[in-house]
Design a protein around this ligand. Sequence first.
Ligand code: SF4
Length: 391
Amino acid sequence: MAEPFSLYLHIPFCTAKCGYCDFNSYAGNEHLIPSYSQALVKEAQLWQKTTAERTVTTVFFGGGTPSLMPVDEMATMMEGLRAAFDILPDAEISLEANPSSLDEAYLRGLLELGFNRLSIGVQSFHDEELQALDRLHSAAEAREAFQAARSAGFRNVSIDLIFGLPEQEMASWQESVEAALALEPDHISLYALTVEQGTPLARDVARGRTPAPSPDAQADQYEWTEQRLADAGYEHYEISNWAKPGYRCEHNMTYWRCREYLGLGAGAHSYLDGVRFAVAALPTKYLELVDESWKDLQAGGEMKMRQVISGEPITPELAMSDTLILGLRINDGVSLAQFQEQFGVDALERFAEELSEPFDAGLVEEANGNLRLTKRGRLLGNEVFVRLLPD
Ligand code: SF4
C-alpha cells in the first residue's frame, strides 16, 4: 500500500479581520460559503484518481474561521471527502474554531459528522487584550465555548493562546495560562505575537502607536510557561505545542515529520508525490479555476489542475533541509538513523558546517541517536533553521 497522507481544508472566511493576522482570510465574504463548500467537493473529486491507492490518516479544517461553516455545509464537505478519499475510520478529524461561533448544538452536529478534535482560538483570557487583538469574543465566551465542547462530547480539545502582546505584564500572561489550565484542555498551543508585514499591527508599530512586542518579555513568558505546563502534566512535544499523553496533534506531526499532505481550498499548500504546490489564494479566483478544472473532468478532457498556480519538485537537497528544519521543531528531534536510511547520508557529516555554530552555542544536541534542539535552542530555533536552508 502506498504511503498514507493527510488532508488540509482551508476555509478563508472570517467575521472581521484581526489586526495582527496575515493568514489568507477575508471578512465580508460569507455569501460565498455555499459555493465554496461545493468547490471543495469538486476539488476533492479532481484529486480522487491520483490518490486512489492511498489512505488518509488525518483531516484538518483550518482558516480563516472554519466554525463559520454551518453544519449542513460541513456535511456536504465531509460527504464529498469520504466519497473521494479513503479516510481511515480512526482518522483524526480536527476543526479550528472561534469561541464566538460555537454552541453545543453546532458541536453535536460536528461530532455526528465524525469530527473528533477541536482547536479553540482563545488567545487570551483578558477582555482588554482580546479587544486589542481585535478578537470578537470575550474571556467568558471562550470558557463557555470550551464547556460547550465538553458537554457536546468532544474528548480532544485544544486551546490556542498568544503571548508577548505589546506591554503585556508577566502576571497578565500567567493569569491566561492558569485560566486555560483550569479548563483542563487536552492540548495547548502557544504562539508569540509577531508583527507581520502589511498588517494593521505593523502599521501601528511603524507609526509608534503601538510598541513592538518585546523579545525579552516573550522569552521570559515562554520559559515560565514551559515549567508551568510541565508541572501540570503536559508534554512539550513541539516548539509551540503541549499535549497530555496521547493527545499530540497527529495532523501537524505530518508536517513536522515531512510526510505528504494534500491541501484543498483557496491558498492551500500541498506536498504530494514529491512536489510542493499552492492553490490560488483569492476565494473568487479559486472558485472560478476549480469550476473550470471540474468541467474538464466531466467532459472527459485532459485533466488540468487550473487552481494550482505554483509548484516545485522537491529535490533530495531540499528534502534533507526540510526534514531537519521541520523535524527539529519536534522536541524528540530527527532520528539520525532514519535520516541515513532515507537519504543515504549522515546528517551530522552532510550538515557539519551549518550545525557547527549551533552546536558550539548549545542550541542543538545529539541525544539517543536523535539530533534535537536544546531548551535554549527552542527559544532561538530560527538561528538554527536559517543555517539549514538550501542555498
Ligand atoms: S480569526 Fe484568525 S484567521 Fe481570522 S482574521 Fe483573526 S487571526 Fe486571522
